[in-house]
Design a protein around this ligand. Structure first.
Ligand code: GLC
Length: 600
């Protein structure tokens, strides 16, 4: 019995008839689509472009500092579930990770009908969150266009929804005065013949090239999103993998010609972006110059996943937003609407609570500068508004006594920001430290802002500090490492749920990690090392005052904090502390941080 081709197969077949070459461009035969690359390798070479910061074109990004990312596609209809199996990972990768065939995937479209989608509601959430623009997935790696495209695999032609939500959202953003832009997966396309990690053959069995995908789908669609949705602020390409440079360059040219104000993130590849997109979910521990962004998500998955309830609460959203701005960056925080087009209630709830806080302290985020310390403090973080420090205190110090290590610019005034007023606080110098006397209890939750007006440009000694009243964690990022390897590593907890750390490993004899620290108060500190490894490790710790510790502790394959003993600083002031591996598997021992807990 000849099976009548399903709608999906017809769709697939019709695609192969579809041809729309871009303007007369000679595209050299492209290399084979990206082979299986690690996610890192897919992110493209991020070159910080210093010097662009001053142009008006980047004002929204540079001063807005906070945008909404939206991952919404045919994958949202699955919500992390395929037949009777749950895919525990970033939901937009479900087709590839659960090995769903193209015909099966095409068939999903006929049931995708996000009737609850309300562009104005999405914009209302973004605005109430304090976000200044929205970037939404117009076509993700799955190859399904969430906009009306000449390519038939799209939400208007292939689903009962028959609406163009991108058109609706673009209009709602414009109406509300929000910036707007598109995510577009330019290399990976798992349903288009020739697309990165996609089918290598056409429906008729002939070989499909990346060049074909680029001409038939990628370039025409990027032209559609750049010319049919009004002025755009961003085009966010992703995972360039090993797509040929000339293709990426053509897309960059197309965007420059049609959307001169749109910013390209570095994931277009080949250094063609306007700003650096850090690794997924990565807030750098040290300030970075130039224009850059951390993209993060309100739970662990970019797109909706039924099981993923790991929502960031108000404190965590603000902590990561403030940390990103304090390092000099912009924070792009993602929501994943479900198959009905609704933003998950818990995501909206905490975004809006965080937005309430931001409305009380807009100066902390918008047009704010980075911390003069170059890194976070144990009690929170610092952004700047001109010559004023915005101390954002998440962990209130005992008795309200807040310490600033190594502030080098004189204070003119200081006060707790409350209801737009400044409630004066007193301060005094203690050596190179400054002690602010705040109220005994924190006036606001989850963070209080203390404004410190300075008599000049904010300057501070970037030396890491050991606080006498709160735990101080020193990352190996800030250590001088000799005869061992210091590197940034990334790993995925679940697929796509990226974590990162700086670690010291591959210890050679005499290998050591040395920190210079500024100790406010002499005395005893419980010392803890955070490391992972195999078997038992013996670490030696030594201070410049000749205090020595050597102890054996077990290890585990994941980072864990192990107590190594009490270390004494006999004098306050600058000290060095050195950690070396005295015994244990030198190639397995990976040190992440050292932590000082003031002894009671
Ligand atoms: C990674 C993932 C992609 C996601 C992006 C968000 O590139 O592959 O699914 O859209 O991160 O930053």
């Amino acid at each position: 019995m000849i099976s009548t081709p399903s709608r999906a197969t017809l769709l697939l077949f019709s695609l192969s008839l579809f041809t729309a070459a871009p303007a007369a461009t000679t595209l050299r035969a492209a290399n084979a689509p990206a082979a299986e690359l690690s996610m890192d390798q897919m992110w493209g070479d991020a070159k910080v472009k210093v010097g662009l910061e001053s142009s008006d074109r980047v004002a929204l990004f540079r001063d807005g500092n906070y945008g909404m990312f939206i991952h919404w596609g045919l994958y949202s209809h699955l919500g992390g579930q395929w037949r009777d199996q749950t895919f525990y990972g970033i939901g937009e990768w479900i087709k590839r990770q659960m090995k769903i065939s193209e015909p099966e995937y095409f068939a999903l479209a006929k049931d995708f009908n996000p009737a609850a989608f309300d562009a104005r509601e999405v914009v209302r959430i973004a605005k109430s969150a304090g976000m200044k623009w929205i970037i939404i997935s117009s076509k993700h790696h799955e190859g399904f266009a969430m906009f009306k495209s000449a390519h038939p695999f799209n939400i208007v032609d292939a689903t009962p929804f028959h609406r163009d939500p991108m058109k609706e959202l673009a209009a709602a953003c414009r109406e509300a005065g929000l910036g707007f832009g598109f995510y577009y997966s330019h290399n990976q396309d798992w349903t288009a013949p020739g697309g990165g990690n996609g089918p290598t053959k056409n429906p008729d069995g002939s070989p499909a090239s990346f060049d074909q995908y680029f001409k038939e789908k990628c370039y025409p669609q990027v032209k559609e999103i750049c010319t049919q949705y009004g002025p755009l602020n961003f085009i966010w390409f992703d995972t360039p993998g090993k797509m040929p440079k000339e293709h990426a360059a053509q897309l960059a040219d197309l965007v420059r010609q049609t959307q001169p104000n749109a910013l390209l993130c570095s994931r277009i590849g080949y250094g063609l972006g306007d700003y650096v997109s850090k690794g997924d979910m990565e807030v750098p521990p040290r300030n970075m110059d130039g224009l850059w962004e951390t993209c993060d998500t309100t739970n662990d998955s970019w797109s909706y996943a039924w099981y993923d309830q790991n929502w960031k609460d108000t404190r965590e959203i603000l902590h990561r937003l403030v940390a990103t701005v304090a390092r000099g960056g912009t924070y792009l925080l993602n929501v994943g609407p479900d198959g009905q087009g609704r933003v998950p209630a818990q995501a909206a709830k905490y975004l809006e609570k965080a937005g309430e806080w931001i409305r009380r302290y807009p100066q902390v985020v918008y047009a704010a500068g980075s911390s003069p310390w170059g890194h976070a403090q144990p009690w929170g973080d610092v952004t700047t508004s001109g010559n004023t420090l915005n101390l954002v205190v998440f962990d209130w110090p005992a008795h309200g006594r807040l310490l600033l290590p190594g502030l080098q610019t004189e204070i003119a005034a200081a006060g707790v920001v409350s209801g737009g007023k400044l409630l004066p606080v007193t301060w005094k110098k203690r050596g190179t430290w400054t002690e602010l006397q705040l109220p005994a209890a924190p006036p606001d939750r989850p963070a209080t802002v203390v404004a410190v007006k300075l008599r000049g440009t904010p300057k501070a000694d970037e030396t890491l500090a050991v606080f006498p009243d709160q735990p101080s964690t020193l990352l190996v990022e800030f250590a001088d490492v000799t005869e061992a390897k210091k590197e940034e590593i990334r790993w995925m907890e679940k697929f796509g749920e990226w974590k990162f750390a700086n670690q010291v490993s591959a210890w050679k004899p005499g290998g050591q990690a040395k920190w210079t620290v500024d100790v406010a108060v002499a005395g005893d500190y419980q010392l803890e090392l955070t490391y992972k490894g195999e078997g038992r490790l013996v670490c030696r710790i030594e201070t410049d005052e000749g205090v020595k510790l050597q102890n054996q502790q077990t290890s585990s394959p994941v980072y864990h904090g192990y107590p190594f003993g009490l270390v004494t600083f006999r004098q306050p002031g600058k000290h060095t502390i050195t950690v070396s591996l005295a015994d244990g598997a030198p190639d397995k021992a990976s040190l992440k941080a050292i932590r000082f807990n003031p002894a009671e």
